[in-house]
Design a protein around this ligand. Structure first.
Ligand code: G3P
Ligand code: CA
Length: 312
């Protein structure tokens, strides 16, 4: 059923294209503090097909864009709310669902990656998911921009009384989003539930089962095909250190799953690779359908180079 739906959507969608999708991972996060409207806007300007908000929830039940359930690494929370630190699941930190949206509005975003510019730290706010969707609507001109939300820790939030899957679907409904979207998650249970609630394309995020077995996903692909339309795969699953294909992409496609790979970073290149574009071209040759990158401009350039390659 899911496969039939996906084929129909692909035939109808303006984003339908032979070219792999450039997914702006946390926005243009290689350049600006991640998960800010400014980082998403830059990604769109650089030509990304999709922007990727990771979603967590506030105490007053509003979805906001952050990569983690905690705030210390990507904001100035320690300076604004020093007394609100606590321990959760063994981590001492400030947790998003302890704060109301009004309180989070007082925070400003910071660059969490060492070596990247901190020039824009303490300038930009944490956006709500609703604001991200408004931004997409506002910048949509001739070009359709897709959105690729990830539900972070839905199980933990459920236990704390927040149904983030329902919040996500409600927000999409309010904004009239019915296409040019993928919903992703690391938790199979949340996706199985979503599979019963929506026909929107679902993406199961996977990583290698173990360090000794990088080619095997932590959830079997055949199981994923029961409830998801695609797989968001850590790139090490796809190719070994010598550059040989693991067969992952072919196996996923034989089950009807598309493959989006993560995460490509110009400033974290594998040994013997000289540029972000060079790395991406190796993966594009494997037949991936899209990829998450912190540097959307490099991603766009790599897809253009790939599409011109005569041996494709
Ligand atoms: O969602 C794809 C990729 O972003 C998964 O990794 O940890 O950056 O959300 P993470
Ligand atoms: Ca993500």
């Amino acid at each position: 059923m899911r496969i039939v739906f996906l084929i129909v959507v692909m035939l109808l969608s303006p984003l339908t294209q032979a070219e792999p999708l450039v997914i702006a991972h946390r926005g243009a996060s290689g350049y600006l503090p991640e998960h800010t409207l400014e980082a998403y806007r830059m990604a769109i300007e650089q030509g990304a097909d999709y922007i990727e908000p990771d979603l967590v929830v506030t105490r007053d039940n509003i979805l906001v864009a952050r990569h983690d359930i905690y705030l210390s690494t990507t904001t100035n929370v320690a300076e604004i709310y020093p007394e609100r630190k606590r321990t959760l699941e063994g981590r001492e930190d400030w947790f998003v669902h302890d704060f109301t949206l009004a309180e989070l509005r007082q925070l400003r975003a910071r660059q969490p990656f060492e070596g990247r510019s901190t020039e824009h730290d303490d300038r930009y706010r944490i956006p709500t998911f609703s604001e991200v969707l408004d931004l997409i609507k506002a910048v949509r001109g001739d070009r359709i921009i897709g959105v690729y939300p990830e539900l972070k820790a839905p199980g933990l939030f459920q236990a704390a009384g927040h149904d983030v899957a329902s919040l996500l679907l409600a927000e999409l409904k309010v904004h009239g989003i019915t296409s040019d979207i993928f919903i992703q998650c690391f938790e199979a249970e949340a996706l199985r539930r979503l599979d019963n609630l929506t026909d929107l394309p679902l993406v199961m995020l996977v990583m290698p089962r173990s360090r000794d077995n990088l080619a095997e996903p932590n959830i079997p692909l055949a199981e994923i095909a029961e409830f998801a339309d695609g797989v968001g795969a850590m790139k090490y699953l796809l190719m070994d250190k010598t550059g040989q294909s693991s067969g992952f992409v072919q196996q996923a496609k034989s089950l009807g799953l598309f493959v989006h790979a993560w995460t490509f970073r110009d400033d974290q290149l594998p040994p013997l690779i000289n540029s972000g574009e060079e790395e991406l071209l190796l993966f594009l040759k494997l037949g991936i359908d899209g990829f998450f990158t912190d540097f959307p401009d490099t991603g766009v350039s790599a897809v253009q180079t790939f599409s011109r390659a005569p041996e494709r």
